[in-house]
Design a binder for this molecule. Structure first.
Ligand code: AMP
Length: 131
């Protein structure tokens, strides 16, 4: 069965997209640790990040770097943290989290945003991205 992220890629379920290229898509995490928490994923459905081949892995890192630079430009933060977990969704994804405090990397600290706020934020980040 297709992962929830493959359904997003296929347009079967919606997301707050911030960037897309031929092989990747980036969208806002629906349950963010901090404002601007973004997921970068390869379009190919692979469960674990280190099962990507070297080229796929490096391309994902380069795509994530570009998204992170746009996050730094758009959101007031000390830096952008990066994490890879995958215990909930078995489709490779890089968490990019604008950080002001260590607790924002714990996945216990959540912020609430409404649909309008997600849409406006995704638009601002998308405008700052140069792929
Ligand atoms: P993990 O697999 O533990 O790295 O976590 C999966 C992440 O995906 C969590 O932070 C979820 O909030 C996020 N997530 C799950 N479903 C969606 C969705 N439909 N749109 C955006 N983010 C999602």
């Amino acid at each position: 069965m297709a992962s929830i992220f493959t359904k997003i890629i296929d347009g079967k379920i919606p997301c707050y997209k911030v960037a897309e290229d031929e092989n990747h898509i980036a969208f806002l995490d629906i349950n963010p640790n901090a404002k601007g928490h973004t997921l970068c994923i390869p379009k190919i459905e692979v469960n674990k990040i280190f099962d990507l081949n070297s080229d796929q892995y490096l391309l994902l890192m380069e795509f994530s770097r570009k998204v992170a630079l746009a996050l730094e430009e758009t959101i007031s933060c000390k830096r952008v943290g990066m994490s890879v977990i995958g215990l909930e969704v078995p489709h490779v994804h890089v968490h990019l989290i604008p950080l002001n405090d260590m607790k924002e990397m714990t996945f216990q600290n959540k912020v609430t945003m409404d649909d309008q706020a997600f849409k406006a934020l995704a638009k601002d980040i998308a405008a700052a991205i140069s792929l």
